[in-house]
Structure formats: C-alpha cells, structure tokens
Design a protein. Structure first.
Length: 173
C-alpha cells in the first residue's frame, strides 16, 4: 500500500519568486511626472471615463468636448476620476457609508469650474502665460532674506501655556 503525503503540493518543486530589481513606481496621476507613452495610455483611460460621465450625469454643457486641451479642466477631471475609482471600486472604509453621495457632491462643486465659455462654439486655445519676470524673482529672494515673517526667531503665540503643559507631562523628579 502506498502512503500519500498529507500535502500533495509538497511533491512539486518550489520555485522562488523572481528577484525584484527595483521598487515598483507609484501609480499616481501626476501628468507632468508621466513619460509620454504613459500619458497617452492614461489620457485614453480618462477620456473613456469622461465620455461616460458626460453621458451618464448629463454634463454635455458643463464639460466641453475639448476638455483634454485645457490643463486645469484635465486636472479637475483627473481628480474626479481618481476619487470615483476610490469610491466605487476601492475597498469600503468604515465611516464612509455616504462616500458615493460625497463624491456626487464633489462633482457638483467642480461643475462651474469646468465650463469653458470661450469653447462654447468650438475650441479656443487658452491664453499664453506671461513671460517670466526676473524682477519678481529678485523681489521674492529679497523677501525671503529680509522679511521679519521669515527671519524672526521661532516663538509659539501661547508659549507660557506650552511650558505649563510640558511641565505637567514631565514633572521634576
């Protein structure tokens, strides 16, 4: 009679996991930190969701078709998408029973900021940013070097109370 092992998996050789050569990269949605191929993939993912959102939430008039050409609109929609993923697809967190309603409230709070009146009749390029002002940079550095807001020694506004609380926590021996 043959004896069978208690654990049949013990008959197969164990294969060690492959060595990890580098730490996995965080999967954040920071557009400027993404390599161009990743930006394209993520922007396609975001567009699919935005089209779903425009249709489902009837936001045709709030989110223009050219939203992806406007950095701030793209940032707001990214934040809404990531929040939506966490809310609807993530693990349920105790104390967040109204997470879906909170997300919907956030969406409504964002709506006025996504309207781009210049693009109602078709896409209009956003205005170019002003050129850098070297004098403003010099003024900034001077402020950092000389302003009392920056150079005054540290002092807590309730320093006496902080000392009393510290003394109570650490009485003399």
């Amino acid at each position: 009679m043959t004896d069978f092992p208690d654990n049949p998996a013990a008959l197969w050789p164990s294969v060690p996991p492959p060595p990890q050569t580098e730490a996995p990269q965080p999967q954040g949605w920071v557009w400027s930190a993404m390599a161009p191929p990743e930006r394209r993939v993520r922007l396609r993912e975001l567009r699919t969701w935005v089209e779903w959102l425009r249709h489902t939430a009837e936001l045709h008039n709030e989110i223009p078709l050219c939203w992806y050409r406007h950095r701030w609109a793209r940032e707001m929609l990214t934040a809404l998408y990531v929040g939506w993923l966490r809310t609807y697809e993530g693990e349920k967190t105790p104390g967040r029973e109204l997470a879906e309603a909170e997300w919907i409230n956030t969406l409504h709070a964002f709506k006025p900021h996504m309207k781009l009146p210049a693009c109602v009749g078709g896409h209009q390029e956003p205005p170019l940013p002003p050129p850098p002002d070297l004098k403003a940079d010099e003024e900034w550095e001077l402020y950092l070097a000389t302003s009392a807001d920056i150079t005054d020694p540290a002092m807590h506004p309730a320093e006496a109370e902080v000392r009393r609380m510290t003394a109570e926590l650490d009485p003399p021996l």
